[in-house]
Design a protein around this ligand. Structure first.
Ligand SMILES: [Zn+2]
Length: 324
């Protein structure tokens, strides 16, 4: 049973918003394309694993699955791709969806992917797992809860990936994941019953802390200041739509777009700032009439806050947190 399904990673939404709104040359930069491809591949892999885990309750009765969990541990966070709560304890699954030839090198703490004649060096997944496991246990300590046994598995989800012969062991292929879980927990006593599993699942989901964009210090920081304003027509790619009584009108396709302003505000939240004032909205939506802006913002139903100068700001964060 899945108690928390996964959404598309925030990075995918940020990159797509940047690609829509950056000047053409910048929007085509290889960095953005590569990042998007990696996040999309990762998401595909996790979805493929979800398909295998649908059969988990046959071998692990009462088990519950939490996808894409992010917990605060002190000033840091721990991000878990897939977590399975079972009677034997908690399984943390680190999912990698890679193509080409992959070499796991635990001596030098790295993973190397060879693809299309190019080599890419990545962080050692076992090191990542060990950090995640430690932070996950610390979360229990910080919340004064006894930690159940924690089992961890590195799962490769691309069936066509080739593993270099010299690679380390200790990983599992997608289709073997339930067998590997049975093997890891074989002979271990049951530590939780159905009610305890349910309660822990509820608690973990309650403590989920969604990710927010890092506008100033994140990996996309050089792009954020360069986004184009305007309300966008998804069909024509045109930016300057004008507000009419019935919606936002695109002169190119002669269509009225009801939700175009909300999409533009979502892009603002993904690329520029989490809050917006009427004045900022006027500039970003490129609409001179402040009454239209005010009505547009009010219609979104977004929470309002006031800053020290008593200027009303609308909280745009629910717009991207609801994206799937
Ligand atoms: Zn159009």
């Amino acid at each position: 049973m899945i108690v928390k399904p996964r959404n598309q990673p925030l990075d995918i939404h940020i990159i797509k918003a940047l690609q829509r709104r950056l000047p053409h040359a910048l929007s085509q930069e290889p960095f953005l394309k590569e990042q998007l491809a990696q996040f999309l591949a990762g998401f595909t892999g996790e979805k493929e694993l979800d398909y295998v885990l649908e059969g988990l309750s046959f071998d692990f009765p009462d088990s519950r699955i939490i996808q894409d969990l992010r917990l605060a541990v002190g000033a840091n966070h721990v991000q878990i791709d897939t977590l399975a709560l079972t009677r034997k304890g908690v399984f943390l699954l680190e999912v990698k969806h890679l193509s080409g030839v992959v070499r796991l090198d635990t001596v030098n703490c790295q993973m190397i992917q060879l693809k299309d004649g190019q080599s890419r060096t990545m962080k050692d997944p076992f090191g990542q797992m060990s950090t995640a496991g430690r932070k996950f246990r610390n979360w229990f300590t910080a919340n004064r809860i006894a930690s159940p046994p924690v089992f961890q598995l590195l799962v490769f989800t691309n069936d066509h990936m080739e593993l270099d012969a010299a690679s380390a062991t200790g990983f599992v292929r997608r289709w073997d994941v339930i067998d590997a879980m049975l093997h890891q927990s074989h002979g271990q006593p049951d530590v939780m019953d159905a009610a305890e599993i349910k309660e822990l699942g509820r608690l973990l989901v309650k403590h989920h802390r969604p990710q927010h964009p890092h506008y100033q210090f994140g990996k996309y920081q050089s792009y954020h200041a360069k986004v184009n304003p305007g309300v966008y027509c998804p069909r024509c790619g045109e930016y300057i739509l004008h507000k009419r009584a019935t919606g936002w009108y695109c002169g190119d396709c002669a269509k009225t777009r009801q939700l175009a302003a909300t999409s533009a505000l979502t892009d603002f939240a993904l690329t520029t700032a989490p809050f917006i004032s009427c004045r900022e909205a006027k500039a970003f939506l490129q609409e001179r009439d402040r009454h239209i802006i005010y009505r547009t913002l009010e219609k979104t139903g977004l929470p309002r806050t006031k800053n020290n100068a008593r200027v009303i700001h609308y909280d745009l964060r629910p717009l991207y947190l609801n994206l799937t």
